[in-house]
Design a protein around this ligand. Structure first.
Ligand code: AMP
Ligand code: MG
Length: 339
C-alpha cells in the first residue's frame, strides 16, 4: 500500500512542477531506499539561467543517492549494523554513533517532550509486536502491557558520542522522522548547488528548493485518505517541506478491522484519534515528518491546541475519519480542494 501511495504523491507533485522556470527542463532520478521510492527532480537550468550539463546533473543525482544511503545505513532499524540496530542490540547504549544518529535522536526526544509523548522514537518493541512489516498480529492486552514497559523515552539519553539506555530491552525506531530528515539534508545540499529549483520526494515527505527562481510556486498534491488513489487537494508552495501521515499508508486487516502503523504511545495500539490523515507544512523537514505523526496521534482538538501553543512554526491539514478537512489558519491561502 505504502509504495502505491508514495508513487501517486510523487506523480501528483511532479505533474505540477512545470512552473519552476520559464523553460522547464528536468532531470529525474527514482531509486528505492529507506523502505520507499525516492524521487529527486532537478531543474536543468542554473540560477543564472544557463543549461546544466548532463554529466553535472548525473553527479548531483549520485550525490543525493549517496546521502540517502548514508542516512539509511546510519539510522535504519532494519540495517543490521546501523547505529540504531547496534543501540537496540546493546544493553546499555553505544558510544560511537554517527552525527545523523545523534541529531535524529536529539531532535526526536525534543519533539517527544513538546508533544507530550505523542511522537516517540522508542516504540520499536511495540511495533515489532504488532508485526506491521510482516503478516500483522493483533496482540493481547497483556502482551501490549508488557511491551509498553519498554517504550519509555526517559530511559534514553543522548551522550556526546552516542546514546545510553537504562532499559536493556528498549528499542529505537526513527520511522516517523527519518525520511523528513533525509529530505531536509538533500534540500540543504541542493541549495548549495547552482541549480535553480527542484524537489525531493520520499514516501509521503516532500522537500522543495529554489523559491527564489522565477517566483512561481510548486503544486503539491495531498492524497485523499478515504480514496488513496485520488488527490484531496493541492498546496501551492514556494519552498519548505510537506509530510503526510495517514492510516492508509501501512496497515493490515484482521477480522474486518484495519490496524494501521501509527501507534498511540499511551495505549500501545494504533491511534484511534478520529483522524485519517495529517499533512504538515514547515520550513524544517524532520519537524514536518515528526509532527505529522504526532498530530495524527493527538487528534483534532489536541492538534489544533498544539498548533496554537506548541511553540513550533508549522501549518497543517487534518482530515477526519468522517471526511472533514480542517486546514490551520495559515494554510487557507495556499490550499485548495481538488475538483
Ligand atoms: P509516519 O509515516 O511518518 O507517520 O511514521 C510512521 C512510522 O513511525 C511507523 O511506521 C513507525 O515506524 C513509527 N511510529 C509509529 N507510531 C509512532 C509514534 N507515535 N511516534 C513516532 N514514531 C511512530
Ligand atoms: Mg512522520
Amino acid at each position: 500500500m505504502r509504495k502505491i501511495t508514495a508513487i501517486l504523491l510523487v506523480f501528483a507533485v511532479l505533474a505540477a512542477l512545470s512552473g519552476c522556470t520559464a523553460q522547464p527542463s528536468y532531470s529525474e532520478n527514482t531509486f528505492y531506499a529507506m523502505n520507499t521510492f525516492i524521487t529527486v527532480r532537478l531543474s536543468a537550468v542554473s540560477e543564472s539561467g544557463e543549461r546544466v550539463s548532463e554529466s553535472r546533473l548525473a553527479e548531483i543525482h549520485d550525490e543525493c543517492e549517496r546521502m540517502v544511503v548514508e542516512i539509511e545505513n546510519a539510522v535504519s532499524v532494519t540495517v543490521l549494523d546501523s547505529d540504531t540496530a547496534r543501540m537496540n542490540a546493546s544493553e546499555t547504549g553505544i558510544a560511537d554513533a554517527s552525527a545523523h544518529f545523534i541529531t535524529l535522536l536529539t531532535r526526536s526526544l525534543a519533539i517527544t517532550e513538546a508533544t507530550d509523548g505523542a511522537f516517540s522514537p522508542t516504540l520499536r518493541v511495540l511495533s515489532d509486536l504488532w508485526d506491521f512489516n510482516g503478516e500483522g498480529y493483533v496482540p493481547t492486552a497483556d502482551e501490549i502491557a508488557d511491551a509498553l514497559i519498554h517504550t519509555d523515552p526517559d530511559a534514553v539519553t543522548v551522550t556526546e558520542s552516542g546514546a545510553d539506555k537504562i532499559d536493556p530491552h528498549l528499542r529505537l525506531d526513527f520511522g516517523g522522522i527519518a525520511k523528513g530528515y533525509a529530505a531536509e539534508v538533500l534540500i540543504a545540499y541542493l541549495n548549495t548547488t547552482e541549480l535553480s529549483c527542484g524537489l525531493v520526494s520520499l514516501g509521503g515527505n516532500v522537500g522543495l528548493f529554489g523559491e527564489k527562481d522565477g517566483g512561481e510556486a510548486y503544486k503539491v498534491g495531498i492524497t485523499n485518505p478515504h480514496a488513496p488513489d485520488s488527490v484531496l487537494g493541492y498546496l501551492t508552495l514556494t519552498g519548505g517541506f510537506v509530510s503526510v501521515s495517514g492510516d492508509y499508508e501501512r496497515y493490515f486487516e484482521k477480522d474486518g478491522v484495519r490496524y494501521h502503523h501509527i501507534l498511540d504511545p499511551k495505549t500501545g495500539a494504533p491511534a484511534k484519534s478520529g483522524l485519517s490523515s495529517v499533512a504538515v507544512i514547515a520550513e524544517d523537514g524532520a519537524l514536518a515528518d515528526a509532527l505529522s505523526t504526532a498530530l495524527f496521534v493527538m487528534g483534532e482538538e489536541a492538534a489544533l491546541a498544539f498548533y496554537k501553543n506548541g511553540g513550533y512554526a508549522f501549518e497543517a491539514i487534518l482530515v477526519t475519519d468522517d471526511g472533514r478537512v480542517i486546514p490551520t489558519a495559515g494554510v487557507e491561502d495556499f490550499f485548495a480542494l481538488a475538483g
